[in-house]
Design a protein around this ligand. Sequence first.
Ligand code: ATR
Length: 279
Amino acid sequence: MTHYKAGVIGWPISHSLSPRLHGFWLHQMGIEGRYDAVPVEPDELGVFIGKLADHGYAGVNVTVPHKQAVMEFCDRIEPLAKRIGAVNTIVVEGDGSLTGSNTDHYGFKQNLVQSGKITGDMTKGHAVVLGAGGASRAVCTALEELGFSTTHLLNRTVEKAEEVADELGGAIRPGPIDSAADLMDGAGLLVNTTSLGMKGQKPLEISLDRLPETALVTDIVYNPLMTDLLQQAEARGNPVVDGLGMLLYQAIPGFKSWFRPKEEPQVTPELRDHMLAAL
Ligand code: ATR
């Protein structure tokens, strides 16, 4: 069995940027490996995962709509993925068993840390997270690790924010997205995890008037790279971090487990340009 075959499973999957990303590192490091986009229908998920080892996979990334459903087919789930309630990376172990983990939280956190723009002063304020969908749980967990003691989780459907707050525990305060303007006072960080602002979607309409100019503003949407939210924040002098880095950094743990590179995969301006060319 080779350790050099991996991929991303989803339904549909044709638009995934992950093959382009892993392909860049494989080529750069001269590793003889492959990383494919594999369409897997929801009905076939269990069978496909059950045969991962037999089919020579070192592991896979998992994307929409399988991130929750795939958990029951893993032999072990890392505690953080269990807490987030989603698996996006599976590693086939030496004995053929499957370990599921969540690297979205690592991707979000590393994107902020490596930008060099997040400071200790920001964590003295609270964080405001817009959106309570799949990505939001990973973001809330990462914010806690970054040192934010309070996170206001605001969503159009308040019940979903309440559910996430209940499940994750910690200092997450759920609320309606309409309360965002009030919660800007004293915030150290604002993040959009909704799909608003994405190419083809409505823009996120939110007033930043009361947001301190020192607060960091970030978006998990990366197409377009500079969303309306980031443009608006930058124009008033706030530090901003775009969302592309989250995609790039979340890929690192999987790449290392599957392809065993001699060096750490790097997120460089060349890699960013290579990815941006496909948007
Ligand atoms: P993901 O897994 O990427 O987070 P998702 O689970 O579909 O995607 O979540 C999308 C998020 O965008 C949700 O928080 C959703 O709000 P609801 O829970 O109320 O649906 C938010 N969202 C999508 N369209 C929106 C809109 N027009 N206005 C406000 N929020 C919106």
